[in-house]
Design a protein around this ligand. Structure first.
Ligand code: ASP
Length: 326
């Protein structure tokens, strides 16, 4: 009797082990959805679609992008936090993921505890751009113009905590004047309105603005990084224009719901790293004014501690500014 029990137990154990190993080896066996927490056609969407295309090749299953915009990216991130931790629902988000931890008083998930980090993707510069025919000729004129016209100047953003919101706030604090905010579900639709002349200004990632700047569809004023952006060579930095310490770079990362098995997370990190070595991705990033995240910052461990340190870094800055959303 005892022996029989032992044999049954062993068989069960091996059975489970074999099924578990098989399941993990086989991952993914069906399409994966990557949620982008902003509208289609914007910069985060552009980054996510490039990465998804490359990961589809590596993983042998479709990696599909779904746009869930709203509330500065917290709607989409919240959906992923509550999804099944099986590797089939992922998130690609940017710096707004960590600022939301402090900006949103009633965030229905924990930025630090409800996700598994799959790896960092790319640090993207931003640009200050205006509608076609915008009066100020250069960034110095624009600063004077905003000082003079204050609330009469409209600027689009992707909601509280979005990259465009943070950049706009910093710009207004340096200029010392408030403009009127026009929120969108992402800067894809904000860009349409800028090109159409419905809003005056936008601060957005080069992954969305490069094409419009080169095509002469918008007026370009400055880049937000310390150094000029190679692909936008003649645009001055805000620092050159007298705004000391104005430096904004928008880092992006990939996440899965907390509890997603380690083997799956490791597989996702490897596929993401392959994407960041993909010549097509590297070339497109370069064309859009960015590059893959540095090699020594691509591990899951780095991403995890980076998220925690960025939450801690932004907390006092946001608290001092006293800006919150419910
Ligand atoms: N660039 C946007 C932001 O301001 C988001 C997007 O539409 O990708 O956060």
């Amino acid at each position: 009797m005892k022996l029989k029990h032992a044999i049954v137990a062993l068989a069960a154990l091996f059975g489970v082990a074999a099924t578990g190993a098989e399941a993990q080896q086989a991952y993914p066996t069906r399409p994966i959805t990557v949620i982008v927490p902003f509208a289609a056609g914007g910069p985060t969407d552009t980054v996510a679609r490039l990465i998804a295309e490359s990961m589809t090749k590596t993983l042998g299953q479709q990696v599909l992008v779904e746009n869930v915009g709203g509330a500065g990216g917290t709607r989409g991130a919240g959906q992923v936090a509550k999804a099944a931790p099986d590797g089939y629902t992922l998130l690609i988000h940017h710096i707004g993921h960590v600022t939301a931890a402090t900006l949103y008083r009633k965030l229905p998930y924990s930025v630090v505890n409800d996700f598994e980090e799959a790896g960092l993707i790319t640090p993207v510069p931003m640009t200050i751009i205006g509608k076609p025919g915008m009066e100020p000729k250069n960034i110095t004129d624009l600063i004077d113009y905003v000082k003079k016209n204050k609330e009469k100047v409209t600027y689009g953003n992707a909601g509280v905590g979005s990259a465009s919101h943070l950049c706009g706030m910093l710009f207004m604090s340096k200029v010392g004047a408030q403009m009127t905010t026009v929120p969108y579900q992402g800067t894809g639709p904000a860009m349409n309105d800028l090109v159409g002349g419905q809003i005056d200004l936008l601060c957005d990632q080069t992954t969305n603005t490069t094409g419009q700047i080169r095509g002469g569809k918008v007026k370009a004023y400055a880049v937000t990084t310390k150094d000029r952006v190679k692909s936008l060579g003649d645009l001055p930095t805000l620092q050159e224009s007298g705004m000391k310490d104005f430096e904004v770079t928008i880092w992006h990362g990939m996440y899965a719901p907390k509890g997603t098995p380690k083997d799956i997370m490791d597989k996702l990190n490897a596929a993401l790293n392959t994407a960041l070595e993909d010549p097509k991705v590297i070339a497109r990033f370069a064309d859009l004014g960015t590059e893959p995240e540095a090699k020594d910052r691509r591990s899951r461990e780095f991403h995890k501690q980076f998220v925690a340190s960025e939450v801690a870094k932004w907390k006092p800055i946001i608290e001092a500014a006293g800006v919150y959303a419910d």
